[in-house]
Design a protein around this ligand. Structure first.
Ligand SMILES: [Zn+2]
Length: 318
């Protein structure tokens, strides 16, 4: 039986990962922030929040990066404004990535290990979380992670990973991941490595690096999926998600209530459910008082609500 686990922010809450609406406050309300970060806040307040002091601290991080992606799209390529915008976005993403580093989270919890031990061949994980909580839980329990991307790397590395893990669980990161980057020239996605700022695939025949636009940028995607127009890997993983959702026998939704702004996700879930040739069991693990209004409108045949928060469900349910 194939099962799809759909993970939202409620999955990583136990590890201390900030919710999207808490991220900007965490970045900008620190006493220890650098001058550069303080300037970034002023810039965001000026450009997105009508110059309201600390306006961005009240905003949702995903909404802010969606708006910045649109600005980028409509700005003149290679202009001074565009370069400034890119520098600000890069700094914001760098601060965000640093918040979610494994050493900042408490992810070695029994609930994550229990979750990993429930997994079996044929299962698939879809996640909106940018952090590495689920990957680390799988690895602690000798399960490999398969991002369903073609990640360049040495064949030897791949072989040793295949031997180390007998089972690799497909983990589709629908909004990207803090450990992945993409090249702004060839658009390939790869694992981030310390200090690598330029794409090593974008070389000319004389082995020199292509002059322009071959920088590596974080593979972090706003819910508008605006980047999907340029990133084939992103389109591919959303299509894989659709395929798996439309065939799954069981869908287990953990810590995700389908926010009203996630229109594309609602369409994905709706279309996949309608395309499924057999009845699907849908289970929700969203705490004792979940708002199921939007999910219920998609799964009219019914949802089984556990009434449990993730940590309790993982530890209690065999
Ligand atoms: Zn490249």
């Amino acid at each position: 039986m194939s099962r799809v686990f759909l993970l939202g922010s409620g999955f990583s809450v136990a590890a201390g990962a900030p919710l999207s609406r808490e991220v900007l406050k965490k970045i900008f309300a620190r006493d220890s922030k650098t001058f550069e970060v303080a300037q970034l806040e002023t810039w965001l307040d000026r450009h997105l929040f009508h110059n309201r002091s600390h306006g961005c601290q009240q905003a949702d991080f995903e909404e802010v990066i969606s708006r910045l992606e649109l600005f980028e799209h409509y700005s003149e390529p290679a202009s001074k404004d565009r370069r400034l915008l890119e520098a600000k976005v890069n700094l914001l993403l760098k601060e965000f990535i640093s918040l979610l580093q494994p050493d900042k989270l408490r992810d070695k919890l029994s609930c994550y290990d229990s979750f990993a031990r429930k997994l079996r061949p044929g299962d698939l994980i879809l996640t909106f979380n940018y952090d590495l909580v689920v990957e680390r839980a799988l690895e602690r329990n000798n399960l490999g992670v398969d991002y369903q991307l073609f990640l360049p790397g040495s064949p030897l590395d791949r072989e040793s990973t295949a031997i180390r893990f007998q089972l690799r669980i497909p983990v589709i990161k629908l909004h990207g991941s803090i450990n992945l980057v993409f090249c702004t020239r060839c658009y390939s996605v790869r694992e981030a490595s310390a200090g690598a700022l330029l794409c090593n695939q974008c070389r000319n025949p004389d082995r020199s690096l292509a002059k322009e636009s071959s920088t590596l940028r974080p593979f972090l995607i706003a819910p508008t999926l605006f980047k999907s127009y340029s990133l084939p890997d992103l389109r591919r993983i959303w299509y894989t998600a659709y395929n798996c959702l439309s065939r799954a026998q069981e869908l287990i939704i953990i810590g995700y209530s389908l926010p009203a702004a996630d229109i594309l996700t609602a369409q994905l879930l709706d279309f996949a459910h309608r395309s499924c040739p057999h009845p699907q069991k849908v289970t929700v693990v969203n705490g004792p008082h979940p708002d199921l209004t939007r999910l219920q409108s998609l799964y009219i045949q019914g949802i089984s609500n556990t009434g449990l928060a993730f940590a309790d469900w993982a530890n209690l349910i065999p």
